[in-house]
Every structure is written in C-alpha cells, then in structure tokens.
Design a protein around this ligand. Structure first.
Ligand SMILES: NC(=O)c1ccc[n+]([C@@H]2O[C@H](COP(=O)([O-])OP(=O)(O)OC[C@H]3O[C@@H](n4cnc5c(N)ncnc54)[C@H](OP(=O)(O)O)[C@@H]3O)[C@@H](O)[C@H]2O)c1
Length: 267
C-alpha cells in the first residue's frame, strides 16, 4: 500500500540515522513507496549495504552520506551532498539516548548530546525547510519521543532535547503550512531497536512489549500524509499519555531509570 505521494514528498528523501532502527525502517518504507533515498549516518559501509539492498528490492536510487551530526560541519557536508537532488522530504531522526546522573556527566558529553539531539534537528529544519519552501511543496518529519512530554530523571538532557524537537516541529507545522511544507513530529514510545539494549532496558522494565519499527514508522508516515502536526506512536501510548498525570509519569520513569542504573553498577 502506498502512503507517500511522490509528487509532493519525492523524488528524493533524506533520512538521518538510516544505518539502524527507526531511521533504517523509514528509509525502507520510503524506498518501498518509490522514493530515492539519501542515507545519512556515521557508519557509511552499513549505509552502502542498505542502499544496495533497497535499490535491488525497490528499483530506487540511493546516496550514502557519511556525516557525524554531533559535529558542527555536518550540515555543510550534507547540503553539498544533496545540492543536485530534488529533495521533497527530510526525516530528521538520528539521535542517541543515555541514562546517567546529570551531575556526574562531563560537560563535553552533555554538549555533544545537545549538538546531535537538538542543534542538528534545528539546522536541518532551517536549511531544508528553506529549500522545501522555495520549492513550494514537501515535508519535514522530526523524531521526538514520549520522553519529551515531561522531564525524565536520569535522562534529563535527552528528555529536554526531545521536548525541544516537539515544540520546534509543532510550531513549524503551522508556520510552514502556508509555504506548502508539511511538518510532522513523531513521538515513539519504546521501539524494538538497538537503542533499548544500549540503555540496559530489560523486558521486565517496561509495562508492555516494545513496538516494532515497522509499525512505528508506518504511523509516522501516515501522520505526515494526513497533515498531522504531532503523532504519538501506538494506541496504548496515546491512551496512557492522555490518562496518566504528568507527575506520576515523571516518578515512574525516574524509578525505572534509577533501577537500571543501579543494576548496571552491580553488574
Ligand atoms: N528506540 C526507541 O525506543 C525510541 C523511542 C523514542 C524515540 N526514539 C528516537 O528514534 C530515533 C532513532 O533511534 P533508534 O531507536 O532507531 O536508535 P538506533 O537503532 O540506535 O539508531 C540510531 C541512529 O542514529 C545514528 N546516529 C547516532 N549518532 C549519530 C551521529 N553523531 N551522527 C550521525 N548519526 C548518528 C546511528 O547511526 P551511526 O551509529 O551509524 O552514526 C543510527 O543510524 C532517535 O532520535 C531516538 O531518540 C527511539
């Protein structure tokens, strides 16, 4: 089933963080809809492999761009790599999360996290937002998180970064609409990607099974296609975020992270 209108969002889509998890699945579903894809991440050999696979499966073209989005020069590099392409969609997805004690983190680590999880989204939205507005049609899809809906103890900078993305995208949804650019913010809950392992999460830590990348991405693309500003992925997540008092969510997530950190220390 095709969800994405190539005449609006094609012929090329850029996906950051396309070497793994949610970004890789975005690139796959867009390629399956016939869009050519610019795959962006640090591990370029994986991007090349993924691109060859999609080109073979779906008959699309691809470009693999090695870029570290935590470095200031990333945009110059990506802008140059995509300068000759008619880009209709940018999925700003790359991000990392970490559970840690805020006061124990090195300032340089926190700044690197802000560079990737905040500044990169801002700069991508600004540069490609301008290109898309000049073109008069296209889309930006920003990947936030349920963690962005409240502060999260032991993930303070990550949750704050995701709140920034949510606020930025929600504002741009209205601001860019009259320029023909659709903006959607996707807020996934736990999704089955390597990120969960890196956080040290175990199945028993979560109230339900993590969502598949396929479903999460399909919901994001459907929201973009229907012109929705913000979309929490997953029906249960939508119910929980509506019903749960914010203060209770902060406590629950803080307790969960404290438990995971304590477990890591005793390993
Ligand atoms: N999984 C979840 O439960 C969940 C929930 C809510 C939100 N999210 C959000 O979804 C997005 C994707 O996460 P995921 O779960 O798919 O994680 P993942 O499987 O670990 O993938 C992260 C992607 O980001 C790229 N990346 C990381 N640091 C980068 C850097 N400095 N420069 C360029 N690319 C970088 C990685 O590529 P390289 O390592 O090759 O650079 C990889 O492609 C993130 O923004 C995350 O916050 C995830």
């Amino acid at each position: 089933m095709k969800r994405i209108d190539k005449s609006v969002f094609g012929p090329w889509a850029i996906v950051t963080g396309a070497s793994s998890g949610i970004g890789k699945e975005f690139a796959r579903q867009l390629a399956a809809d016939g869009l050519n894809v610019v795959l962006v991440a640090r591990r370029v050999s994986i991007l090349e492999e993924i691109g060859r696979d999609f080109a073979g499966q779906f008959g699309v073209r691809y470009r693999a761009v090695q870029a570290d989005l935590a470095h200031e020069d990333f945009l110059e590099k990506l802008a140059a790599a995509a300068a000759d392409l008619d880009v209709g969609l940018v999925v700003s997805n790359a991000g990392v999360s970490a559970n840690r004690e805020f006061l124990a983190a090195k300032p340089a680590t926190l700044l690197e996290s802000v560079q990737l999880n905040v500044v990169a989204h801002l700069r991508l939205a600004h540069h490609f937002g301008n290109r898309l507005a000049t073109r008069g049609r296209g889309g930006l899809l920003l990947v936030s998180s349920l963690m962005g809906l409240q502060g999260v103890p032991y993930m303070a900078d990550y949750a704050a970064a995701k709140a920034f993305i949510l606020s930025l995208g929600e504002a741009l949804h209205s601001e860019l609409y009259r320029r023909g650019v659709r903006v959607t913010v996707l807020l996934p809950g736990p999704v089955d990607t390597p990120m969960l392992d890196e956080l040290g999460l175990m199945p028993a830590d979560l109230p339900m099974r993590p969502m598949s990348t396929e479903r999460c991405v399909a919901e994001g693309l459907a929201a973009l296609a229907s012109g929705t500003a913000t979309r929490v992925a997953g029906r249960m997540n939508r119910v929980m975020t509506t019903l749960m008092p914010r203060s209770l969510t902060v406590k629950m997530l803080g307790d969960m992270n404290a438990k995971i950190l304590a477990r890591g220390e005793t390993r």
